[in-house]
Each structure stands twice: as structure tokens, then as C-alpha cells.
Design a protein around this ligand. Structure first.
Ligand code: FES
Length: 140
């Protein structure tokens, strides 16, 4: 039988995604889309005293997009905003046991959705935060 290009963890999060849905009283909502494949993702965060207490997502995306969003929502719960901003798409892919190279861009969508939601959280408080510095600190 041909071996799947996806790890067991990717398949598990694809078949049983965690944290799918909306948070009614979310105070950070991110919307992102990939113009190439057309997939879109929305992430909801509940942030209290700088800590992400809840995270959910909805996506109209591929299997890798579902798996990476599921994983990133698991990873950010209980983390401070600063810690969450340090989570790269590579870290998400790694936590899933890797992704095929052609699917790495799907993990970027998950990272961007998280950042977009945190940006929205700051915006609601009248702060316009630029995450460029964070991006530059990451490995290329
Ligand atoms: Fe579009 Fe995966 S193919 S996010």
C-alpha cells in the first residue's frame, strides 16, 4: 500500500479537529485568506489579562489547513500574547510531525489567522500593533 504523505498527527487533527466553531464573546477575531488556493480561515480568541484563555477556528480550507488550525488553537491556549506571537508556522507543522513541502503554505494561513486575531484584539483597545518585528525575528 502506498504510504500517506501525511503524518498520523496530521490525519488525527484533520479527522478530529479540535476547537472548531465560534466564541460568542471573543475579543480578538482574525480573518485571512490565501489568494492562490482561495482557502479562508477565521480565528476567534478570548484573551483575559494578556492570557489566551480560549481559541476556536472555522475554515473553508484543505486538510492541512484544518490540521494546522486545530493544532495552533491547542498550542495557544493558556499562553500569553507574547508567547503566542512566537509560534511560527514551522513550529505548528513540527508539532504535527511535519507537512509535505507543498503544503507548508497551509500552515502559514494558521499562523496568519492567529496574528490577525491578536491584531484585532489590540485594535479593539485602540492600539495599532505592527507585527513586522516579530516576523523579522523568525527564521526565514
Ligand atoms: Fe489552501 Fe491548503 S491548499 S490552505
Amino acid at each position: 500500500m502506498e504510504q500517506s504523505p501525511y503524518s498520523e498527527k496530521v490525519m488525527d487533527h484533520f479527522l478530529h479537529p479540535r476547537n472548531v466553531g465560534e466564541i460568542a464573546d471573543a475579543n480578538g477575531i482574525g480573518n485571512v485568506g490565501n489568494p492562490v488556493c482561495g482557502d479562508v480561515m477565521r480565528m476567534y480568541l478570548k484573551i483575559e489579562n494578556d492570557i489566551i484563555t480560549d481559541a476556536k477556528f472555522k475554515t473553508f480550507g484543505c486538510g492541512a489547513a484544518i490540521s494546522t488550525s486545530s493544532m495552533v488553537t491547542e498550542m495557544v491556549k493558556g499562553k500569553s500574547i507574547k508567547e503566542a506571537l512566537g509560534i511560527s508556522n514551522k513550529a505548528v507543522a513540527q508539532a504535527l510531525g511535519g507537512l509535505p513541502a507543498i503544503k507548508m503554505h497551509c500552515s502559514v494561513l494558521a499562523e496568519q489567522a492567529l496574528k490577525s486575531a491578536i491584531k484585532d484584539y489590540y485594535k479593539r483597545q485602540g492600539k495599532d500593533i505592527d507585527f513586522d518585528d516579530v516576523d523579522k525575528r523568525r527564521d526565514p
